[in-house]
Design a binder for this molecule. Structure first.
Ligand code: HEC
Length: 200
C-alpha cells in the first residue's frame, strides 16, 4: 500500500509551519524591541534561567569527558601552588575563608559560587570550566594564559578548599611558590605570558 500525502496532511503541515513562523516572529520582536532586560542587577526570568542553566550544565558534562588523565590531586606541592594562584586570581570573585565579600563578587550576575562551600562539579568538570571559562558570566578562560599543569594545581586546591578555615587558608597561601610569573616561565610548554610580567 502506498502512503499518500493527502489534503489532511497538507493542512497539518501548514498549521505547524504557521505556528513555527509565529513563534520565530514573536521571538524576533521580543529581541529587537529590547524587551528582555540584560542588566546584571535584574535576575533572569525562571524560563531563561532554566534554559541557560541546563545549556551550561549539559555543555560542561559532555565536554569535560576528554580532559585527559586525572593527576594526583592530593600532592601537597600541587595544592600549595594552586593556593597561590587561587588567592591571586580567583578569590576576588570566588572569595575565601575569612574573606569579606568584595565589590566585584557582589555585583556579578550570575554570582561566582563561593568555592569554600564545595561544588557539585567533578575534578574533570572543574578543570574544563577553569580552562575554558563560561560565556556571559564573568568566568574567564584561564587556559588562554595558563598551561594544563597549573590548571590541575588550581583544581587540586579547590578540592581541598572546603576543608580549610581562615588560618589554614592563610598558611597554605603563604606556603605557595612566591613568584607566580617565574613559575609560569619555568613551566615546560607554557604559552608565552608576555614579557611585562603583568599578564594576569
Ligand atoms: C571575574 C570573576 C571571576 C574570576 C576572577 C574567577 N571566576 Fe570562576 N566563576 C565566576 C562566575 C561568575 C562563575 C559562575 C558561572 C555560572 O554561573 O555558570 C564561575 C564559576 C567557576 C567554577 C564552577 C563552579 C561550580 O560549582 O559551578 C569554577 C570551578 C571556577 N569558577 C573556578 C575559578 C578559578 C580557579 C578561578 C581563578 C583562576 C576563577 N574561577 C576566577 C567568576 C569568576
Amino acid at each position: 500500500m502506498t502512503w499518500k500525502f493527502g489534503r489532511q496532511h497538507w493542512v497539518i503541515v501548514s498549521v505547524v509551519s504557521a505556528g513555527i513562523a509565529a513563534v520565530a516572529m514573536l521571538g524576533a520582536i521580543v529581541i529587537y524591541a529590547g524587551a528582555y532586560n540584560i542588566a546584571a542587577d535584574s535576575p533572569h526570568t525562571s524560563a531563561v534561567f532554566w534554559l541557560l542553566q541546563t545549556t551550561r550544565n549539559r555543555s560542561i558534562e559532555v565536554r569535560s569527558g576528554d580532559v585527559g588523565q586525572l593527576p594526583d590531586l592530593t600532592d601537597p606541592k600541587r595544592v600549595a601552588a594552586g593556593a597561590g594562584l587561587y588567592s591571586e586570581m580567583c578569590s576576588q570573585c570566588h572569595l575565601a575563608p575569612g574573606m569579606e565579600r568584595t565589590e566585584i563578587s557582589q555585583g556579578l550576575y550570575p554570582r561566582a559560587p563561593e568555592l569554600s562551600g564545595g561544588s557539585d562539579l567533578s575534578p574533570q568538570q572543574k578543570f574544563w570550566v577553569i580552562k575554558h571559562g563560561i560565556k556571559m558570566t564573568g568566568m574567564p578562560a584561564w587556559g588562554v594564559t595558563h598551561n594544563d599543569t597549573l590548571i590541575w594545581d588550581m583544581v587540586a586546591f579547590i578540592q581541598k578548599l572546603p576543608t580549610l578555615d581562615a588560618a589554614q587558608y592563610q598558611a597554605i597561601v603563604k606556603s605557595a611558590p612566591e613568584d607566580h610569573d617565574q613559575m609560569m616561565r619555568d613551566m615546560p610548554g607554557m604559552k608565552s605570558p608576555g614579557d611585562n610580567g603583568d599578564h594576569h
